[in-house]
Design a protein around this ligand. Sequence first.
Ligand code: NDP
Length: 331
Amino acid sequence: SREIHLKSRPAGTPTQAHFELATVELPAPSAGEVLVKNLYMSVDPYMRGRMYDRPSYVPPFQVGEVLQGGAVGEVVSSNDPGFKPGDLVNSMFGWREAYVAPGSALQKLPAIEGVPVQAFLGILGMPGLTAWSGLTQIGEPKDGDTVFVSGGAGAVGSAVAQIAKIKGCTVVATAGTDEKVAWLRSAGIDHAINYKSAPSLLGAVRDAVPKGIDVYFDNVGGEHLEVALELARPFARLVECGMIANYNATEPVEGPRNIMYIVGKSLKMQGFIVTQFAGLQTQFQAEMGGWIQQGKIRWEETIFDGIAKAPDAFIGLFSGSNTGKMLVKLA
Ligand code: NDP
């Protein structure tokens, strides 16, 4: 079975040279263990943080060892009475074609009609929960609010934008290509802006929503966050989900130069890590599953084929080569 190891820690944007494809021999599952063949693995921006050797909310990846991440797979053989061949499972044993692990480390996937298995790495999985919980629990959008979301065509952002529409909000979203912008419009998003080609990001967002914004869902940081502070209405909520514009920075980045608005406009700015909302998982899957079945939520996937392409898929997150969820198909 093949897997991807961290070869060295990147400084700046990761390249192929930081990864290594390795072949390993898998043991037969012993008591309580299960052999799983992965079908899809996820690559996510947060993995960049785990490539730094520093304390964080998840431990760093180790050089010379296999990487970790979300994956959905199929049980091949089982020595755990709770699992049988053919069961579909979610795990954190991504970046490898197959693995042997204790059954206790796996979650069986619920069957939701009309939903492909890889959706549990995207719209119905961690990114979906991130969007849903961050928006509803921290952003607290009210009917008629204006919601601004950066990284709008990504896995999290495209879910945020559509959930905000369901909640009766006007939505302005940014993305890095005209194709992504067109997709957001086709999904019913009121205003979609190509932040790379707009002469002024502030001008473009202000033109779209001249009365300002009530909620900002931040996936990007940097200039987007400054624009959000500039256009925030009194008592706006800034949901700090991610700041991908900074993840590969080699020097400390400048903070938002207009942070002082947080005082005068009585803003609320709150970060979060999705695991703090794990208790809402069942409620989330029920609500999101319902929206999917009612045709209220759409999603895109960008799929790279084969374990050897996993580093390319991951690196592509930082140049925007994905629309919607970035995945690697393994079997
Ligand atoms: P995406 O599917 O959104 O993929 C990343 C996207 O970010 C790219 O497609 C690209 O789109 C955009 N991007 C990359 N570099 C930049 C840049 N310098 N400036 C602006 N946009 C950029 O990833 P996810 O949906 O998985 O994650 C989105 C954000 O949410 C990330 O910040 C991530 O870290 C965060 N996150 C946080 C979680 C939490 O618990 N707090 C959990 C999950 C995700 P484009 O073409 O538009 O530039």
